[in-house]
Design a protein around this ligand. Structure first.
Ligand code: CTP
Ligand code: CA
Length: 226
């Protein structure tokens, strides 16, 4: 994957990235989660470092290793932990990219002991998790906020709604029903929607190429403001 490396063009920019899934436990060894591999967020971190940015990466449980030279690397498990860590770093960051697949719900109760099997059916009651990105949008200020949306139905309408509701500068949409897009794979097919109403469509690209594209657009927003 050879991409033209723009030397140090993001020097001095502080970028906070979240990646991977969250785990929401209902006993000490069991949880609900999702298929996120963390690859997209990690590629953005790698690309941003190559371009001279200062990068903090907050990651859910994934099997890949973080790039070297991160300003900060912090692993979390639950959405609650991710939220707390993101909030700690909010002031520090100029740009926040939320590539994490945060669990929308968590079990209402977490048993202290491993749940024993019995002949009865069990029901796991779920309650809503905080929407980390939406809360950031409410206190956004001058920061650039980038969201992700993995959609299967009505992708553009849903993504636009999220962009507006969460007060984002841009949202990266991938239609996970498409071959070569979304979970686990090294490629992605994305559209980027902007606050202005503009939509950009891209062909099948490596996640590293998508990462550089996103950073190019962020750079353009920063330049516009300067
Ligand atoms: N997000 C978040 N906190 C949550 C849920 C989502 O910060 N509790 C962020 C994700 O990291 C992503 C964006 O919001 O950048 C959109 O996530 P997505 O799951 O597509 O949207 P939701 O608002 O959760 O709506 P739904 O799952 O119903 O499509
Ligand atoms: Ca969701």
């Amino acid at each position: 994957e050879k991409v033209a490396v723009k030397q140090e063009d993001l020097k001095g920019i502080k970028i906070l990235i979240t990646a991977g899934p969250t785990r929401e436990y209902f006993d000490p060894v069991r949880f609900i989660s999702n298929r996120s591999s963390g690859k997209m967020g990690y590629k953005i971190a790698e690309a941003a470092l190559e371009r001279g940015a200062e990068v903090a990466l907050i990651s859910g449980p994934v099997s890949i290793s973080p790039p070297e030279k991160l300003h900060l690397f912090h692993k979390v498990e639950t959405a609650e932990e991710m939220k707390n860590k993101v909030n700690e770093l909010f002031q520090w960051a100029d740009v926040i990219i939320k590539a994490a697949a945060v669990s929308d719900y968590r079990p209402k109760h977490k048993s202290e002991h491993k749940i024993k099997k019995s002949d009865e059916e069990i029901v796991i009651e779920l309650v809503k998790n905080p929407d980390i990105l939406k809360e950031l949008g409410e206190k956004k200020g001058e920061k650039i906020l980038v969201g992700f949306a993995a959609e299967t139905d009505l992708p553009e309408g849903n993504a636009r709604e999220k962009l507006i509701k969460k007060n984002l500068d841009m949202i990266v949409l991938n239609d996970v029903t498409k071959q070569g897009a979304g979970f686990e794979v090294d490629t992605n097919i994305v559209k980027i929607l902007y606050k202005s109403g503009k939509i950009e469509e891209f062909p099948l690209l490596s996640k590293k190429e998508v990462a550089h594209l996103i950073l190019d657009r962020i750079k353009a927003i920063l330049k516009e403001r300067a």
